[in-house]
Design a protein around this ligand. Structure first.
Ligand SMILES: Nc1ncnc2c1ncn2[C@@H]1O[C@H](COP(=O)(O)OP(=O)(O)OP(=O)(O)O)[C@@H](O)[C@H]1O
Length: 260
């Protein structure tokens, strides 16, 4: 369980995140969605003690991250897949992680197999990894300690469609076994396929949150306002496409939201 309460971070007179509160539950994948600069990374960095909060707090399993003994065994983190020593091989990076977490080295081979990095790829230096390979290695590193919670910042970045499907299955399976997953993205279609819960952030503030079904239902009740030079023709074109529209007094039409 991740609990975030009233989290605020200011830089001078700029507020990067403003009174952010949410909960991520075990057995659920929570998608943290927002455009570039919305405050996703800042929130995640505060959760794991890399950035201090100006106000509010974040706990994981009831503890502040820095109070968790051997945190890698409880919280798997992937914030920046390139933030590893570029001159080390994938295998070395995982071995160091395993040693730090007091895990047997056999765990490294298990993880390499799980993320489909071959023996020869594991022996390549990180500087020669593609972005997708770095993401796979980062996910292997996050899963190394068999944690109960995963915090992943844009983990699908750089993965090809097959890689995205692979990650989606991996995260779904992890949550099915009771794990808590928080993953960020700026792409709705990327998270909505994997997430059970969605948290939407914009300009540092939470703008919506809830389970995917209820958010989609709320979205379906809204309508879109459209206008054209010739609204009679617009209404005819919409009707031809099977879209219902309600003409307004002024030159525009209102369309009920429809998912494509
Ligand atoms: N150390 C810092 N000093 C000043 N401003 C910062 C600092 N860190 C983050 N910010 C600002 O806070 C805002 C939120 O940044 P953040 O990285 O959390 O966004 P994000 O949602 O993760 O975006 P992206 O999808 O681009 O990664 C941005 O405007 C950013 O420039």
């Amino acid at each position: 369980m991740i609990e975030v309460q009233g989290l605020t971070r200011t830089y001078g007179d700029y507020t990067a995140i403003d009174d952010v509160s949410f909960t991520c539950k075990p057995g659920r994948v929570t998608g943290f969605l927002g455009p570039n600069g919305a405050g996703k990374t800042t929130t995640m960095r505060i959760m794991i003690g890399l950035t201090t909060a100006t106000r509010g707090e974040a706990t994981i399993g009831g503890y502040h991250y820095h109070d968790i003994v051997n945190p890698g065994r409880h919280v798997g983190v992937l914030l920046d897949a390139s933030a590893q020593h570029a001159g080390r091989t994938g295998q070395e990076i995982l071995r160091i992680g395993a040693r730090t977490m007091d895990l047997p080295s056999s765990r490294v081979d298990e993880m390499l197999a799980q993320v489909s990095l071959s023996e020869s790829e594991a022996k390549r230096k990180l500087r020669n990894y593609s972005l997708g390979m770095k993401q796979r290695l980062g996910i292997a590193h996050a899963l190394l300690g068999d944690p109960e919670v995963l915090i992943l910042d844009e983990p699908a970045n750089g993965l090809d469609p097959a890689g995205i499907r692979w990650m989606r299955d991996l995260l779904r399976d992890y949550a099915r076994r009771g794990g808590t997953v928080l993953l960020s993205s700026h792409l709705l279609h990327e998270v909505e396929l994997v997430a059970d819960e969605l948290i939407l952030i914009g300009h540092g503030k939470i703008v919506a949150q809830g389970d995917k079904e209820s958010l989609s239902a709320a979205d379906a009740k809204q309508s879109t306002l459209v206008t054209a030079h010739d609204n009679v023709q617009l209404a005819a074109a919409l009707a031809a496409e099977g879209l219902e529209s309600t003409p307004r007094a002024r030159a525009c039409a209102s369309l009920p939201a429809r998912r494509t």
